[in-house]
Design a protein around this ligand. Structure first.
Ligand code: UDP
Length: 351
């Protein structure tokens, strides 16, 4: 099977590439702006990487949509701080650029696996969120946080309609707060620029206070990336076409915690690393308002738990990694990179 992966160096793209190389005989044709997360996987004979921008290198993309069996358009801005800071960039990349690729998939008969998002459920008041029955609930227009959810929801609806009216073969996937190595960079300069786990870890390592937005009462269900990838690989295999025309939540309902509990658990896990335990002992939690942290256009989601009955029943999939272990593995990967970077800067100091 030939896969076209746009955004192949992203968090999901790079983990997918690692798994495809290790576990299948598939070929990956991948484009991204850089290849740092891919590392030496770019030299693998079944990984055909090209540096490029999906809004510029359009001919390469069209040629490969035609040539490949499955397309995964993973390029998107997916950090909440960006939704309020630059909503038009979110619309242009997440909606307009991806729509062009999806139209080509319909034109050339290429199966598409599109990353929808847990965010499409918005402030749905009835968790767990179900793919078939849950309401998709957003705030008013001036709350630009919802432009991402809205762009993704519109893509979901367009893809669904193309399935009905233009014969597009598709599967929509909805990741619920996946975490793991390579989620964001630890050194993100601005608060709120990365997802919560990387943001908190960066603060802990730099001995800065952790910000609990609105006290950290809001809840998320964190999913370890390897669990998520098990599900995505089953969807790619698509035995008997069982995933065609379907939507799958991919999350771990057992890992539902408040953001305050997440911070406390991360501090606890950091204590398992002997040289970092002193940082954990000194950790400080401070409460900040959402408006002070993100600006007035932000609005939060109180709870986000996936109903994963569909993935369980159709694919026999079950997430296996509990939150403590997921954090342990994620933190270990980041800490290894962080130590290497510090030693490169200060070889005599050592960590
Ligand atoms: N959050 C926080 N402090 C931070 C970063 C995030 O309290 O430094 C909160 C944020 O308000 C949200 C949750 O953590 O309620 C998860 O944020 P993330 O950016 O990971 O993505 P989301 O799940 O909202 O898409």
């Amino acid at each position: 099977m030939k896969l076209l992966v746009l955004g192949v160096n992203g968090f999901i793209g790079s983990h997918l590439t690692r798994r495809v190389v290790a576990e299948t005989d598939w070929e990956i044709y991948g484009m991204d702006l850089a290849a740092d997360r891919l590392g030496d996987m770019v030299d693998h004979p079944r990984v055909h990487y090209i540096e490029g921008d999906i809004s510029i290198n359009k001919e390469w993309i069209e040629y490969h949509v035609k040539k490949c069996d499955v397309c995964l358009p993973l390029v998107a801005i997916a950090t909440p701080a960006s939704y309020v800071r630059d909503p038009l960039a979110v619309f242009e990349l997440d909606f307009e650029e991806n729509l062009r690729v999806v139209r080509q998939c319909a034109r050339y008969g290429t199966r598409v696996i599109f990353p929808s998002t847990s965010e499409v459920y918005g402030m749905c008041p009835e968790p767990p969120f179900n793919e078939e029955t849950s309401l998709l609930v957003y705030g008013p227009i001036h709350k630009q946080r919802w432009i991402y959810a809205c762009a993704k929801q519109m893509m979901d609806r367009v893809i669904w309609a193309m399935g009905q009216h233009r014969g597009l073969r598709f599967t929509l996937i909805r990741p619920f707060n996946w975490i793991g190595a390579g989620l964001d960079t630890l050194a993100t300069p601005k608060e709120g620029s990365s997802r919560v786990v990387t943001q908190f870890l960066g603060h802990l390592l730099r001995e800065e206070p952790i910000n609990l937005v609105d006290g950290g009462r809001q809840r998320r269900s964190f999913t370890y990336v390897d669990d998520g990838l098990d599900c995505l690989l089953a969807i790619l295999r698509n035995e008997g076409g069982r995933c065609d025309g379907r939507i799958f939540n991919i999350g771990n309902p057992a890992n539902d915690v408040s953001i305050r509990e997440l911070a406390e658990l991360m501090i606890d896990v950091l204590k398992e690393f002997p040289d970092l335990a002193p940082l954990a002992e000194k950790a400080e939690l401070r409460e900040v308002s959402a408006e002070a942290f993100y600006g007035k256009d932000y609005q939060d989601i109180g709870a986000r738990v996936p109903d994963i009955t569909a993935a369980r029943e159709v694919l026999g999939w079950e997430p296996k990694i509990g939150l403590r272990e997921a954090l342990r593995r994620t933190i270990a990967a980041y800490v290894a990179d962080w130590r290497a970077a510090r030693e490169a800067l200060d070889p005599a100091g050592g960590a």
